[in-house]
Design a protein around this ligand. Structure first.
Ligand code: FAD
Length: 470
């Protein structure tokens, strides 16, 4: 009997997929940069089945690559090319187990699509604030495993700030029942904090309990045209004075990125009279229906215009206009995917350093990679800037690997000068294991290896992700 036959005894036939056509989409990543192979795709329906799979994987020493919506941008959900691993999809664990309106919590299984969880909270008149361009496909297990960020971090924090309790399955199959809706819990080491953001290398997330928030009753959305990232930060400072904690999103985009998006993604249009060097996307929200955030935003933008911080701005007058503005921001990843060979980064620096950081990258790119266009988009209020170096379409395939290495080294040297991070929200995945090994303090890396060893002594959980294999 092959080792998969042992699994057939404990899983229903639909849970084990070996058909090459059905497997294919699970063997490559969203950007199409990684191509792997696998023994099978496993699709359990319940946490007990996840546990059985991990007991089997431990007994047979089979590597397990957990996969959610497969929208990750670091290659962490793609198996290596050996074909030795199984891909573990949590998609069939897709129940919202509970919404507690009194306690403002929601418990969802790993396979729930993020947008469905947002809707489940809204149906109970609450807000689940995590919002990403991939929210129609990414899953709860994936967002927890990557500690995802998105456009509302400036107000509500990353996934780590939203998770109260976690249920996860250890490499040996033991289920850790940690779905406590507690706001305060100092009983021992903070294990769930380690699992959050561990990219499938420490445990399999099966469900999470999240904080919910009051649903905004009044909101206002604006798109602004500005001359520079420095003006964007000045605008943020000004807005903070009047809007305070009502600022839910404050996003920056350069004109090159705006042009790519407008040219390549259907249904996008610029709601300003002309193009500008930089753009800022703003969302304000207030749980008080009389919060008059529209007025507040219009007044703040008028003051900014007067001070010369802004060149132009439009405030959405309807939900449809607000959606159209956010469509422009969310379409960026798709525009970049279509644009040709590129090297992308997910860097963060202290928010005040963003203008100098962008200038340093621009100078480096012009000197070292004159054929590339340097593009910038990101969550500027969090200091999280995605840097994209876009190369001409005719860049030879055999050059791309070397270029990728050279660009990474140059960008990460600048990140290091600014005391920043090589990944703010996407994670290390397979893409950045070498960079992490170089950038992390050796003693910190040693601790990471010890944590990995404690959770997964046989190294079967997503090997080669986060920590390079030795
Ligand atoms: P996958 O891609 O399937 O997996 C991601 C990682 O998590 C892998 O390492 C995988 O092994 C692991 N994993 C998945 N499920 C589990 C589980 N149940 N248990 C343990 N490990 C697991 N990210 C942001 O943070 N902010 C953004 O604004 C943002 N915007 C995006 C926009 C677009 C258009 C796209 C395509 C991606 C964007 N991303 C963003 C990246 C991505 O959507 C997030 O990282 C998301 O959290 C991944 O979720 P997923 O379910 O697709 O996970």
């Amino acid at each position: 009997m092959s080792s998969l036959d042992d699994l057939r005894a404990v899983l229903d036939p639909a849970a084990i997929v070996t058909d090459p056509q059905a497997l294919a989409p699970h063997l490559t990543d969203w950007r199409g940069k990684h191509q792997g192979a696998a023994l099978a795709l496993l699709r359990p329906r319940a946490v007990e089945e996840v546990s059985a799979i991990l007991r089997w994987a431990t007994a047979t020493r089979t590597p397990v690559v957990p996969q959610g919506g497969n929208t990750g941008l670091s290659g962490g959900a793609t198996p290596d090319a050996s074909g030795a691993a199984v891909v573990l999809s949590l998609a069939r664990l897709n129940k919202v187990r509970a919404v507690d309106s009194a306690g403002d919590t929601l418990t969802a299984e790993a396979g729930c699509i993020l947008a469905d969880v947002q809707q489940a909270a809204a149906a109970h008149d609450r807000l689940f604030p995590l919002s990403l361009g991939s929210e129609g496909s990414c899953q709860i297990g994936g967002v927890v495993a990557t500690n995802a960020g998105g456009i509302n971090v400036i107000r509500y924090g990353t996934v780590r700030d939203l998770v109260l309790g976690l249920e996860y399955v250890r490499a040996d199959g033991a289920v850790i029942h940690g779905l406590k809706p507690l706001r305060k819990d100092n009983a021992g080491y903070a294990l769930k904090e380690l699992v959050i953001g561990s990219e499938g290398t420490l445990a399999i997330v099966s469900a999470a309990t999240f904080r919910l928030f009051p649903k905004p009753r009044a909101s206002a959305t604006a798109l602004c045209g500005l001359a520079s990232p420095a003006d964007a930060l000045r605008l943020l400072g000004l807005l903070r004075q009047s809007a305070g904690e009502r600022i839910s999103s404050f996003e920056l985009m350069c004109d090159g990125e705006m042009g790519l998006t407008l040219d390549s993604v259907p249904g996008t249009a610029l709601p300003l009279e002309r193009r500008h060097g930089w753009y800022v996307f703003i969302e304000l929200g207030d749980s008080d229906p009389a919060g008059r955030v529209g007025e507040l935003l219009t007044d703040a933008l008028a003051a900014a215009l007067e001070r010369g911080l802004l060149q132009d701005a439009t405030v959405a007058q309807s939900e449809a206009q607000a959606k159209a503005i956010w469509h422009l921001r969310f379409a960026v990843a798709e525009a970049n995917r279509r644009a040709g060979p590129s090297v992308s980064h997910d860097t963060s620096v202290a928010t005040a350093d963003v203008p100098a950081f962008i200038a340093a990258i621009e100078t480096m790119a012009a000197e070292r990679f004159p054929k590339a266009r340097a593009l910038f988009v990101g969550h500027v209020g969090d200091g999280n800037i995605h840097v994209i170096l876009l190369f001409p379409r005719d860049t030879l395939a055999e050059q791309r690997h070397e270029l990728g290495h050279a660009v990474n080294a140059a960008v990460f040297a600048i990140v290091s000068d600014f005391g920043g991070s090589i990944t703010a929200e996407h994670g290390i995945g397979r893409n950045l294991t070498g960079a992490l090994a170089k950038q992390a303090q050796p003693e910190a890396l040693e601790l990471m290896r010890a944590v990995k060893q404690a959770f997964d002594p046989l190294g079967i959980l997503n090997p080669g992700v986060v920590l390079a294999q030795r």
